[in-house]
Design a protein around this ligand. Structure first.
Ligand code: OXD
Ligand code: MN
Length: 592
């Protein structure tokens, strides 16, 4: 497959360490993948679903102790602890290599070592990067073949370069106590042991495309961000692209695949999905910021996904997809999850592999759900009905606006625009979301999640903020405009005021109009807020006073917010860029 010395040497080292019975290069061909699917069905690792209703689809269940990303077991192993910063777990690389090699040694005995050469981004694109993952899991191979571009061509593009990311995954005994997800940014290396759950083992995704790539972007002058990418087409056929970052549970996949309200569809407005999770962005020759989605599929949360909430995501899962930890509907050998529809199957097998009937469900006890709350679909991007025609083009799309957001019941208005790039970076650095009943622990607790990168930034967050500021200086007046949205303002009874979902298009249209200089705004203590009459309420059951109430900036609430941001900033010590401290002082003065 390759003559690249750096690759061959590393693979030799891995073979010696892991001691597999066999070695198999994955070429991404359907023939080879089909053999692996058959083998996985034979061993029970996967279940083939109804070929008529869900052609090419499979179900997989992970161990109950292995159902989500594990932030407390995730490490950034930079040589100096300071370089990992205050928001990451850190361990000395030599110590961690030893610990991980001791855990992984000999664990491929009796197994096959699969070697997956993959590209993050269209193969050969100047914005793409190469990775090689070795794994002992067919589930990982089949998921990586959906989520990334797996092909021998990747090795041709790499040639004899050393610019590739090494990824070692070993299932071991799926022992929670010995589970580690480790990034070595200075060595382009990822090691993941004792897990077999997607986010921990599909090493191209969070580990490479965010943790390692954010570090590479810092060193090489580009950005790897936890952002969806969306194209908004107007009736004249002009498309403007936006990138948006939200913490989890804020509807990122829904926004990425939004369907505009009927009156806008009839006028000719359309939305095109470029990506739903990760964006790699570089300054192009014309000085603008260009973005690609480095992934090739969607690894989405299943529960709550239905025809109404996200028609396009559901449509994406209808063929050649893998479902993880959803329920098996025994009536027709398909899948089911809470929120798919109102007809739970009479007879099912739940995500733990136990028989399940609807009477087992107790709404006060999450453990009685048929599907795990973090159950997933892995779906090929090509299945998405609104996939952008730019998706597979290597040049990337020019970004007009960057949008931050979070879940805030009272604080941030529906939408506001930052005063400038530096003010926008300040808004991103202070981003926060309130916990919902969906997560364990108290409801309504504010968690600061700068740029939605808290678990994904591969280096010191103070340096990361500085990198954002430096990118802004290089972009100058070609920089995207930065906005913040909040779909989650509530009334006194705790009901959401804004309808959200497709109606968010009304807000996106204002954002685009601001970028084009065709919409007005009112300046407030925190930035520019729309004039209420500039948010189109056609066909919506909402009066202008209600809209005004969610555009409102309450200075008292913001005084408290500023105090919390000050507290949050203390973590970063001297590494906090002085521009951001100045922004905080401006906010404090404005809300006095
Ligand atoms: C994801 C996440 O799975 O952000 O995309 O947790
Ligand atoms: Mn994500």
């Amino acid at each position: 497959m390759t003559k690249n010395k750096t690759v061959l040497e590393w693979l030799e080292q891995m073979k010696e360490l892991l001691q597999p019975d066999q070695v198999l290069w994955i070429d991404g061909s359907d023939e080879q993948l089909e053999q692996l699917r058959a083998e996985a069905c034979k061993t029970g690792e996967m279940i083939k679903l109804n070929e008529e209703k869900l052609p090419g689809c499979y179900l997989h269940r992970t161990k109950p102790n292995d159902v989500a990303r594990v932030e407390d077991r995730t490490f950034i192993c930079s040589r100096k602890q300071e370089d990992a910063g205050p928001t990451n777990n850190w361990c000395d690389p030599q110590e961690m290599y030893k610990r991980l090699y001791d855990i992984a040694r000999g664990t491929y005995k009796g197994r096959t070592m699969y070697i997956i050469p993959y590209s993050m981004g269209p193969i050969g694109s100047p914005l793409a990067k190469v990775g090689i993952e070795v794994t002992d899991s067919i589930y990982v191979v089949l998921n990586m073949a959906i989520m990334t571009r797996v092909s021998p061509k990747v090795m041709d593009v790499l040639g004899d370069s050393n610019d590739w990311v090494r990824g070692l995954h070993a299932k071991c005994d799926v022992d929670k106590e010995k589970r580690y997800i480790c990034q070595f940014p200075e060595d382009n290396t990822i090691i993941s042991v004792n897990s077999a759950y997607g986010g921990n083992v599909l090493l191209g995704k969070k580990c490479f495309a965010l943790r390692i790539a954010s570090y590479q972007g810092w060193k090489e002058g580009w950005m790897a961000e936890h952002m969806l990418i969306l194209g908004l087409e107007n009736p004249k056929g002009e498309i403007k692209y936006v990138a948006a970052a939200f913490p989890s549970a804020c509807g990122k996949t829904n926004l990425a695949m939004l369907i505009p309200p009927k009156y806008l569809r009839e006028k000719g407005y359309k939305v095109w999905t470029v990506g739903d999770d990760i964006s790699w962005m570089r300054i192009g020759e014309d000085g603008r910021l260009y973005a690609i989605n480095p992934e090739n599929g969607f690894f989405g949360v299943a529960p709550g996904t239905n025809e109404k909430s996200n028609f396009n995501a559901l449509a994406s899962t209808k063929k050649n997809s893998i479902f993880t930890n959803v329920a098996l509907n025994l009536e027709d050998n398909t899948v089911w999850w809470e929120g798919l529809n109102k007809n739970p199957p009479e007879h099912a097998i739940d995500w733990k592999g136990e028989p399940w009937t609807p009477d087992k469900f107790d709404k006060n006890d999450k453990s009685t759900c048929a599907a795990h709350p973090n159950s997933r679909f892995t779906a090929p991007a090509v299945n998405c009905p609104c996939l952008s025609s730019e998706f597979d083009k290597g040049a990337g799309v020019p970004i007009s606006a960057i949008i931050f957001g979070g879940r805030r019941a009272k604080c941030a208005p529906l939408v506001y625009q930052s005063r400038d790039w530096v003010n926008g970076v300040f808004i991103g650095s202070a981003m926060a979301s309130e916990t919902t009943a969906a997560a364990a622990g108290a409801v309504g607790v504010v968690r600061r999640d700068p740029m939605a990168m808290l678990p994904f930034c591969g280096y010191h967050m103070g340096d990361y903020f500085q990198h954002w500021l430096d990118m802004g200086k290089r972009l100058g007046d070609k920089a995207p405009k930065i906005f913040n949205v909040n779909w989650f303002r509530t009334d006194d009874e705790g009901n959401f005021i804004w309808p959200g979902f497709g109606d968010n298009m009304r807000v996106l249209n204002w954002i685009i109009a601001r970028c084009e200089g065709t919409a007005d705004a009112q300046e407030t203590a925190i930035g520019y807020v729309p004039k209420p009459e500039d948010i189109d309420l056609t066909d919506l059951d909402m009066d202008i006073d209600t809209l005004k109430s969610i555009l409102d900036v309450d200075k008292e609430v913001w005084r408290k917010e500023a105090a919390e941001i000050e507290e949050h900033y203390k973590k970063f010590g001297d590494k906090l860029p002085k521009e951001l401290r100045e922004q905080l002082e401006i906010l404090k003065a404005n809300v006095q």
